[in-house]
Design a protein around this ligand. Structure first.
Ligand SMILES: Nc1ncnc2c1ncn2[C@@H]1O[C@H](COP(=O)(O)OP(=O)(O)OP(=O)(O)O)[C@@H](O)[C@H]1O
Length: 250
């Protein structure tokens, strides 16, 4: 078994009196692709944001390579270079072209030289098929292209894990496929990924593990075959039934 990169222990998150995450426990091992699925409001994004320290957990612990990320061993900026994040809304710098978007963090945070940062950025833009657009600013790119630049930007920081928060939800239907295909290729190359998604076909075909969340709890977790085709829990069954009547998973 590959090494454990992240370990979540008894994680709880409250917003005021609202308990949004309840006793969450799981590990992320190198090379795993974990899809987190569940109804709207079940806590998926909050969990991902806790993993990246964009939200502070109320209780529990998160270990990165056996070190707690909550006790000050890492600064949030340092930690976020290890655990990258791709957002629903891309969050590219609007006044910078694709290449600059992928170099600025490397220079400012990782202290890489401009030349080295550009070399790494170009390699990653090529990986996501965006090398023909290195001079383009975000408003000249489609949503799918912007998201691929955002993925290249995150990869350029050499993360141990890449977190994806509903990366295709803000896209026009015609560009969803290109982003999912990019993610599938990265998964095949061995990138460790945790993906919050409503794309059930992606979860089923690409993940090594699916975690189903409901009301702040991980109800069921296992290989896609098991969770999608043979769910054990009633809550998983009714979510999948509802999902299948609202959309099509071929
Ligand atoms: N910053 C916040 N302040 C207060 N409540 C919040 C905050 N962020 C999330 N919540 C609440 O936490 C709960 C879980 O939200 P979250 O966005 O994590 O769910 P989700 O499963 O990702 O939903 P979706 O699929 O719709 O994105 C919701 O009740 C939401 O209203």
């Amino acid at each position: 078994m590959n090494e454990v990169i992240l370990e979540v222990q008894h994680l709880e998150k409250k917003f005021g009196e609202n308990i949004v995450l309840k006793d969450i426990n799981f590990q992320v091992r190198a090379g795993e692709v974990i899809s987190i699925i569940g109804s709207s409001g079940s806590g998926k994004s909050t969990l991902l944001r806790c993993l990246n320290l964009l939200e502070e957990p109320t209780n529990g612990n998160i270990l990165y390579r056996d070190h707690s990320i909550l006790d000050g061993d890492f600064s949030p900026t340092e930690y976020r270079t290890k655990i990258g994040m791709v957002f629903q809304q891309f969050n590219l710098f609007k006044n910078m072209n694709a290449l600059k978007n992928c170099t600025i963090g490397q220079v400012k945070i990782l202290d890489r030289s401009k030349g080295e940062a550009e070399k790494i950025a170009l390699e990653n833009l090529e990986k996501v098929g965006m090398e023909p657009y290195i001079d383009a600013r975000p408003h000249h790119l489609s949503g799918g292209q912007q998201q691929r630049v955002a993925i290249a930007r995150a990869l350029s920081m050499n993360p141990d894990i890449l977190l994806f928060d509903e990366p295709t939800s803000a896209l026009d239907p015609e560009t969803v496929g290109e982003v999912l295909e990019t993610m599938r290729l990265l998964a095949e190359k061995g990138l460790t990924m945790v993906v919050v998604t409503h794309e059930m076909a992606f979860a089923r075909d690409v993940s090594s593990r699916i975690m189903f969340m409901d009301e702040g709890v991980i109800v069921e977790s296992g290989p896609p075959e098991q969770v999608i085709n043979h769910p054990e829990h009633e809550r998983t069954k009714s979510f999948l039934k509802r999902y299948l009547t609202e959309s099509t998973v071929h």
